[in-house]
Design a binder for this molecule. Sequence first.
Ligand code: PGA
Length: 249
Amino acid sequence: MRAMIIAGNWKMNKTNAEAVELARALIDVVGNREHPRVVICPPFTALSEVGKVLDGSRILLGAQNLYPAPSGAYTGEISPAMLLTTGVTYVILGHSERREYFAETDAIVNAKVKLALGSGLRPIVCVGEKLKEREAEQTERVVGGQIDGSLADLGPDEIAKAVIAYEPVWAIGTGKTATPEMAQEVHAFIRGRLMARFGGVADSVTIQYGGSMKPENAAGLLSQPDIDGGLIGGASLKADKFAKIVDSV
Ligand code: PGA
């Protein structure tokens, strides 16, 4: 059985005091959940404090990025070892906002994924097509290419530790969600691609959906056979909304 994972991507939101307040509120509502697995990804600055707050709860800590080198002269960047000291177990990599605003290529994402896995972190690898690409019926070509490129040179044992997040770019932060059927179609395609490359382990890989997931549409999406959780942006910033999504699993 693959793990169902609901992860909150807080993006560039929450000062430390606000982050601690939200983490405490989340512990009250979903702090003891074993199923689904709950992960929250605050900004770097709040990881340490939120990590302490989460101690003793079942909520896991995630980061939103890392730099693909163990240490060195990379001004402004954060290494896997630094993340590990704050209690991080998951790290979002290749989010479409990173690909778009910070020019992250599949090769860069791949380097990050490899170092994350080599450091004992579980990557949440994001893929997804833009609206123009969907309209031009290029979704499978684009998503397939991102899967191949971002996961290059990995073996089945490594894939078993990774999470994939399918996030159609046109659905992120726009209020437009893929229908459950549209999302399921791409999730099944992704699993097939993983199966062809890595074999039966693909069956145990968690594939999350992301893009305007909210309490109103979560149950429909999460009931699809190949949708194994969600990566939630906007709706993860309010404890009650996020808890409702967790509850709809
Ligand atoms: P959203 O963001 O839920 O606000 O659309 C999802 C994401 O970017 O991970």
